[in-house]
Write a protein that binds this ligand. Structure first.
Ligand code: ATP
Length: 307
């Protein structure tokens, strides 16, 4: 039985006021099942990070709802409720160099959340928790007295993962966790994240700009274009039957390992002006079981005929 851990309904996130108002995310609708890897894919500036930050409460929302275990977590909440959300939901960032405090030891960096939430009864327990997680991410207890600059990019990302997982979260938002890393260590970091998912039953929201990166790790994928989620489906369903023209264009750009097929490949260019939403307004519609597409009535009727 699948359980919706996170549910986002008609979400809007805007920055600024009046004539300076900029709507970064509009009408976002999706859910994330407990235990799955759900990826949010779209080009730079499409609103992926903004959605991730809204889920952990770092960005305010201007309309709609975010539910976590059935409880609304956006908008006003008590200090206790906010603290509970922050502990259960952790984030791993793209740039491990920028996200770690350069002046703090690894021990301090990993312990910070434990201190903030009183998650240990004495010093002995704190040290045990920190030592356990540092070895679980593939580093050594003696690394704890060192500083971030003494580590490589891949090792720093392991420290970022340790800092998030020492909190024993249920849900982890990984915002482009491998894009700043050398190609040679990307697979190691992905494998580490997968290992923790298996062992701890974690649920992941994986943010990426490249469909080919997320294909092999995602159960389901959402595609976002300029703040609007245009399609959500199980991974293979999305790759085999992309319906929205933007998803089709993204997929046409994914490299094919066969050189003959790669040369014959036809790139599809997405033209956002093809949609006329002046009177016939779009909505998210389930076209096939578990396969959702953003379109107006005329488009949905056409998609239903074609797919
Ligand atoms: P990237 O892959 O580059 O991280 P993204 O898809 O994660 O891109 P966001 O960082 O979510 O995109 O940004 C979405 C839009 O919202 C961008 O146009 C960005 O400039 C804008 N934006 C984000 N944060 C703020 C803010 N605090 N104030 C004003 N605009 C913002």
């Amino acid at each position: 039985m699948t359980e919706k851990l996170v549910e986002v309904k008609d979400l809007e996130i805007s920055f600024g006021e009046g004539s300076k108002k900029f709507v970064a995310v509009k009408n976002a609708n999706f859910f994330i099942n407990r235990g799955e890897t759900f990826s949010l894919v779209g080009e730079s500036g499409s609103g992926k990070t903004t959605i991730g930050r809204a889920i952990i409460g770092l960005n305010e929302t201007s309309a709609g709802d975010i539910f976590y275990e059935g409880k609304r977590i956006n908008g006003k909440k008590s200090r206790e409720e906010a603290a509970e959300v922050i502990r259960k939901i952790q984030m791993i960032f793209q740039d491990p160099a920028a996200s770690l405090n350069e002046r703090a030891t690894i021990d301090y960096i990993i312990s910070e959340g434990l201190h903030n939430f009183n998650l240990f009864k004495d010093e002995e327990e704190r040290q045990a928790k920190v030592k356990e997680i540092i070895t679980e991410v593939g580093l050594l207890a003696e690394h704890l007295t060192r500083y971030p600059h003494e580590f490589s990019g891949g090792q720093r990302q392991r420290i970022g993962i340790a800092r998030a997982l020492v909190m024993r979260p249920d849900f982890v938002i990984a915002d482009e966790p491998i894009s700043a890393l050398d190609v040679s260590v990307r697979a190691q970091v992905l494998n580490l994240l997968k290992k923790f998912q298996r062992e701890l039953g974690l649920t992941y929201l994986f943010i990426a700009h490249d469909l080919s990166v997320v294909r092999f790790i995602s159960d389901r994928i959402a595609v976002i274009y300029k703040g609007v989620i245009v399609e959500v489906a199980e991974t293979e369903e999305l790759f085999n039957n992309p319906i929205h023209p933007y998803t089709q264009s993204l997929l046409s750009a994914v490299p094919i390992p066969d050189p003959i097929l790669e040369r014959k490949k036809v790139l599809k260019v997405y033209d956002p002006d093809q949609h006329d939403y002046t009177t016939d307004k779009p909505e998210m519609v389930e076209i096939r079981p578990g396969h959702f597409v953003w379109g107006n009535q005329a488009e949905i009727a056409k998609y239903r005929k074609e797919f």
